[in-house]
Design a protein around this ligand. Sequence first.
Ligand code: HEC
Ligand code: HEC
Ligand code: HEC
Length: 180
Amino acid sequence: MLDRPVFARLRFVSAAIAVLFVLAGCTTDKVVFRDRPPFNPPADTANGFLGYFTASTKQTTCGNCHVGHQKQWSGAKHSSAFADLVNSGGAQSYCYTCHTVSDKGNAVVSPAGYDKAPDLAYHDVQCENCHGPGLAHVSAPDTPGNVPLAHIAILGPDSAASCAESTLPTPPLRGQPVTL
Ligand code: HEC
Ligand code: HEC
Ligand code: HEC
C-alpha cells in the first residue's frame, strides 16, 4: 500500500501530466528561433572585438552561429591559452597580449581588445585573433562586405612569426586570406 506522501506526490504528477496534455493541445507549430541577440556589447567598443559570448563555457560569439568552427576550436590549444599562460607560473605583463584577443595576429594595428579593455571576454586565442573584429559582421551577417576573413598582419620582424600558428610555412602577405 502507498503511504500518504507518495500517494500525494503521485496525484500531483498525474495532475501535472493532465495539465501538459491540455497545454499540448493548445500549442501551434510556430517555432521561435531567437530570444536574445547573438552578441553582447563589446568591452572594446571602439574596435569591435566581441570575444566570448559566455566566458565560463568558452562559448565564442562567432560560435553562436558557426557551430562547427566553435566545436573544432574548443578542442584546440588556443582555447586554453590564457590558463596555460597563468599556470606556467612565468607570466609577465607583456605575455598577455598574445594569449588573449587583441590586435596581435590580425589586421588591426593599434592596441585593441584585451590590450585596451582587459575583460574576461577576451581571454584565450579566439576566432577574432585571426579573423579580426567581428562586430560589423554579427550586426549584419548577410552583408558580404562585413565578413571577417582571416588576415595575418605583418608588422615587424617579431609579430607575425611569433603570434601566427607555428605550422604556417611562410607568413602570407598582409590583407590576403590564407589557408591553414
Ligand atoms: C548571427 C550569426 C553570426 C555570427 C554571430 C557570426 N557569423 Fe559569420 N556568418 C554568418 C552568416 C549568415 C554568414 C554568411 C554565410 C553564407 O553566406 O554562406 C557568415 C559568413 C562568415 C564567413 C564567410 C564564410 C564563407 O564561406 O565565405 C566568415 C569567415 C565568418 N562568417 C566569420 C565569422 C566570425 C569570425 C565571427 C565572429 C566575429 C562570425 N562569423 C560571427 C553568421 C554569423
Ligand atoms: C608574441 C606572442 C607571444 C607572447 C608575447 C607570449 N606567448 Fe606564449 N605562446 C604564444 C604562441 C604562438 C604559443 C603556441 C600556441 C600553440 O602551440 O598552439 C604560446 C604558448 C605558450 C604556452 C603553452 C605551451 C604548451 O604547449 O602548453 C605557455 C605556457 C606560454 N606560451 C607562456 C608564455 C609566457 C610565460 C609568456 C611571457 C613570458 C608568453 N607565453 C608570451 C605566443 C606568445
Ligand atoms: C589560428 C587562426 C584562426 C582561428 C583561431 C580561427 N580561424 Fe577561422 N579561419 C582561419 C583561416 C586562415 C581561414 C581560411 C581563410 C580563407 O581561406 O580565406 C579560416 C576560415 C574560416 C571560415 C570560412 C571558411 C569555412 O571553412 O567555413 C569561417 C566561417 C571561420 N573561419 C570561422 C571561425 C570561427 C567561428 C572561429 C572561432 C570559433 C575561427 N574561425 C577561428 C583562421 C582562424
